[in-house]
Design a binder for this molecule. Structure first.
Ligand SMILES: Cc1cc2nc3c(=O)[nH]c(=O)nc-3n(C[C@H](O)[C@H](O)[C@H](O)COP(=O)(O)OP(=O)(O)OC[C@H]3O[C@@H](n4cnc5c(N)ncnc54)[C@H](O)[C@@H]3O)c2cc1C
Ligand code: FES
Length: 283
């Protein structure tokens, strides 16, 4: 049955993994792309990355942190239950080239987005160094998968409850002291991505990030996902979610993410977006 939950796991503090039957998406999705998910008929649609696929069984794996209402509703669904809707894949599939040494760094649940990138950069012939960082051991996820995807891995927790103690940037500095790195790819909170962008710019190392903006339609219609990159407004559902960290306006990004609740026009547009999705699902 399409969108049925085949397996469910709690993999970290407030972090769950659902393996969902979605055969067409599993065969189509590329690293860096995402799906729009509505757990129930009246839910809003939220963007989630496809962390892994199982082509033989036609499954996609969604890994999410319960942050607000929709992710909590999603987290309450059990094995054999069905998600109301999963559409996609959306987003620009980035070009993945052989560059040399690539650092793939994730903070917390960002590991769900970094894992497909680490696998893809390794497959393209790069040496991949993985960095998993989180406040405590309870938010370190996907360690076994990252160990397979990367040639080398560093793990750090802010409180020292697991492996080395320290922030993501300190671990990155250590990795850069040991290797001649050609790209730093990272996913995490805005302030961490901003710090890494400044640091890599100083060291003249290219930096790619994935943004986690608010998204309502996922396909260039509502404008809710706008970011400022290279001094112009871009839609992260179409041009992203991958962007050059050195050209993103992080103040604007933070401001946009803060609009998640307050933005009245979007709230009012919800009915319109719902109608749009219903139409899309009929097609
Ligand atoms: C392309 C893309 C891929 C994504 N992939 C994943 C993924 O694989 N796994 C995952 O867990 N999340 C992912 N996200 C983020 C996810 O879409 C949001 O966490 C989700 O929309 C929150 O919905 P909600 O209704 O549960 O919370 P809301 O009610 O929207 O928000 C609840 C609270 O959480 C805060 N919050 C919500 N979203 C974020 C965020 N992204 N960053 C920081 N704080 C936030 C809000 O400010 C608010 O305080 C992705 C986002 C994008 C754009
Ligand atoms: S999410 Fe609607 S335009 Fe990008």
């Amino acid at each position: 049955m399409e969108f049925q939950i085949i397996n469910k796991q709690i993999i970290g503090r407030d972090i769950k993994r659902l393996d969902v039957r979605a055969e067409a998406i599993a065969h189509k999705v590329l690293p860096g792309q995402f799906v729009m998910v509505a757990p129930e008929e009246n839910s809003k649609w939220i963007p989630l990355s496809v962390a892994e696929t199982d082509l033989r069984r036609g499954l996609i794996s969604l890994i999410f942190q319960e942050k607000g209402h929709t992710t909590q509703v999603l987290g309450k669904l059990g094995i054999h239950e069905k998600l109301f809707s999963v559409t996609g894949p959306f987003g620009k599939a980035p070009e993945i080239r052989q560059l040399g040494v690539v650092v793939c760094l994730a903070t917390g649940v960002g590991a769900a987005q970094i894992l497909p990138m680490a696998k893809a950069y390794k497959k393209a012939g790069n040496k991949v160094i993985g960095i998993l960082s989180a406040p405590t051991k309870k938010e370190i996820i996907l360690e076994p998968q990252m160990r397979i995807a990367c040639h080398r891995i560093f793990i750090a927790t802010d409180d020292g409850s697991y492996q080395r103690k320290g922030a993501a940037i300190e671990t990155l500095r250590e990795a850069l002291d040991q290797e001649d790195v050609h790209l730093v790819y990272d996913v995490g909170p805005v302030d961490v991505m901003r710090e890494i962008a400044h640091f890599t710019k100083e060291r003249r190392i290219p930096n790619l990030i994935q943004v986690q903006t608010l998204m309502s339609c996922g396909r260039g219609i509502c404008g809710s996902c706008r970011v400022k990159a290279k001094h112009s407004i871009q839609l992260s559902c179409e041009e992203g979610p991958e962007f050059d960290g050195h050209t993103i306006d992080f103040d604007y990004l933070k401001q946009r993410m803060g609009h998640r609740h307050e933005e009245r026009p979007l709230e009012q547009a919800d009915e319109g977006i719902r109608g749009f999705w219903k139409q899309m699902m009929k097609e």
